[in-house]
Write a protein that binds this ligand. Structure first.
Ligand code: 5GP
Length: 190
């Protein structure tokens, strides 16, 4: 029975959670579906609107806040909004699948508070802040300023790991994927 459950994958940016989420979605397309967040940040090269995110303007984002369309929203980085739409969760439940949310720590805490009975939260922990900085640098998507902001935020977010149901340390991506997969299968099959 997979309906009306929510899987939350959270981590500091650069911990590898998006790679883990992609692995899970590819392996279990009949069971899991990606909850596409809305954001006001610009699309990166290769990102597709309505697949990776709903890339929308700030005015529309604020209208959606006003209309209570978000189950949670956050200004994740200075001036950039991100939010989970109620309609996304409903869309995926209506397909008989379980939504997988790839969201920041504060958003994850909110979802957990809102759906305590039907959510599983997994915190992906980078092996160290130093390693995380290295990963973000090699991704090449950040300016010096946004890199520093992400690293600072990551150190802060690491202090929240005990608030989540499980922690998976991502030293080796394959091992972390397998561990996360096992936790999810146990949860969705119960
Ligand atoms: P990025 O800009 O790298 O795609 O995402 C930045 C951070 O925002 C990541 O930690 C990502 O998981 C988080 N994020 C993405 N969507 C949402 C959302 O809907 N709500 C919240 N709170 N965070 C989100």
């Amino acid at each position: 029975m997979s309906s009306n459950k929510i899987i939350i994958i959270t981590a500091p940016s650069g911990a590898g959670k998006t790679s883990i989420v992609r692995y899970l979605l590819k392996k279990y397309p009949q069971k899991l579906d990606f909850s596409i967040s809305a954001t006001t940040r610009k699309a990166r090269e290769g990102e597709v609107n309505e697949k990776d995110y709903y890339f929308i303007g700030e005015d529309l984002f604020k209208t959606k806040i006003h209309n209570n369309e978000f189950v949670e929203w956050e200004m994740v980085y200075e001036g950039k909004y991100y939010g989970t739409l109620q309609s996304e969760i409903e869309r995926i439940w209506a397909e008989g699948k379980t939504p997988v949310l790839d969201i920041d720590v504060k958003g994850a805490l909110r979802i957990q508070e809102r759906y305590p009975e039907c959510s599983l939260s997994i915190f992906i922990q980078p092996p160290s802040v130093k390693e995380l900085k290295k990963r973000l640098e090699s991704r090449g998507t950040e300016t010096a300023e946004s890199l520093a902001a992400r690293v600072n935020k990551a150190s802060y977010e690491l202090s929240f790991k005990d608030h989540f149901n499980h922690t998976v340390v991502n030293s080796d991506l394959q091992t972390a994927c397998a561990e996360t997969e096992k936790l999810i299968n146990t949860y969705t099959d119960q």
